[in-house]
Design a protein. Structure first.
Length: 254
């Protein structure tokens, strides 16, 4: 089984090596994360995509915030869960020089979508409005290209670039301690030519910042490139270890 997983990860790497378009690259990144998850011995729990950026270089009114919020809600087809009658809510936070609207519900592909629209103004009158959308799915994303292209098209009308992070979450059902998992992770990093940039360990939490040539986009931590982030934490209530694998960073809490 171990050799099969190794072969599977090698196949994934070979498949994503050609030059691809943006959406296809992100799908390749997703496949690489899933391959790493399988190779280290974890089972898939959920996938997350975060997409967003600055859409306006100005502070806008509450009415304008609601207009944009309703527009993106309708664009994504956000609704409540048809069977359970839940998973939909709106929340508005309004303070002096700051407005935030949060909308959460199921989109047309049954992804749990959370829209966060924020507008602020500083003391000098400089303003900014940002839009971020998180998509969460308990089964593996197969329509990731469609999600990214759809959001690219939406942000295009604001002439605004977007930042995208992808994260998969897994759980170890075997009785492995963090030392064993750490060994498996380091073996897997060698397979993807991963260069360890930073490593952090404290109170049952492990974190790795890595650069691999198999992911095109990267960010800097200090003066070093990184494009892969791995986090581990032991859940005492469930008595199992969880793993988060994100690119270029893990954008959800662990």
């Amino acid at each position: 089984m171990r050799n099969y997983k190794y072969l599977l990860l090698i196949i994934v790497i070979l498949l994503i090596m050609p030059i691809l378009g943006f959406g296809e690259r992100k799908a390749g990144d997703r496949d690489l994360l899933i391959g790493i998850l399988a190779e280290v011995g974890a089972d898939f729990v959920e996938g997350d995509i975060d997409i967003g950026g600055i859409i306006l270089n100005e502070f806008i009114s509450k009415e304008e915030v609601f207009l944009i919020g309703n527009d993106i809600r309708e664009y994504l087809g956000i609704r409540g869960h048809f069977n359970l009658g839940e998973y939909y809510f709106e929340e508005l936070v309004e303070e002096d020089g700051y407005i935030q609207l949060i909308i959460q519900g199921m989109d047309g592909e049954d992804n749990l979508a959370t829209i966060t629209l924020s507008s602020y103004e500083d003391l000098d009158g400089n303003g900014e409005t940002s839009l971020f959308i998180n998509f969460t799915k308990k089964v593996q994303f197969v329509e990731i290209n469609d999600i990214i292209v759809k959001m690219e098209n939406y942000f295009h009308k604001y002439n605004s670039p977007i930042n995208t992070t992808i994260c998969v979450v897994g759980a170890f059902h075997e009785n492995l301690d963090l030392v064993e998992i750490d060994k498996n992770i380091n073996k897997t990093l060698k397979m993807i030519k991963g260069k360890l940039v930073e490593e952090y360990s404290e109170d049952g939490v492990l974190s790795y910042s890595v650069f691999t040539p198999y992911i095109d986009e990267y960010i800097y931590t200090g003066n070093k490139k990184m494009n892969l982030n791995i986090g581990l934490r032991f859940n005492e209530q469930e008595n199992k270890n969880y793993i988060w694998i994100g690119t270029p960073i893990i954008s959800i809490g662990y």
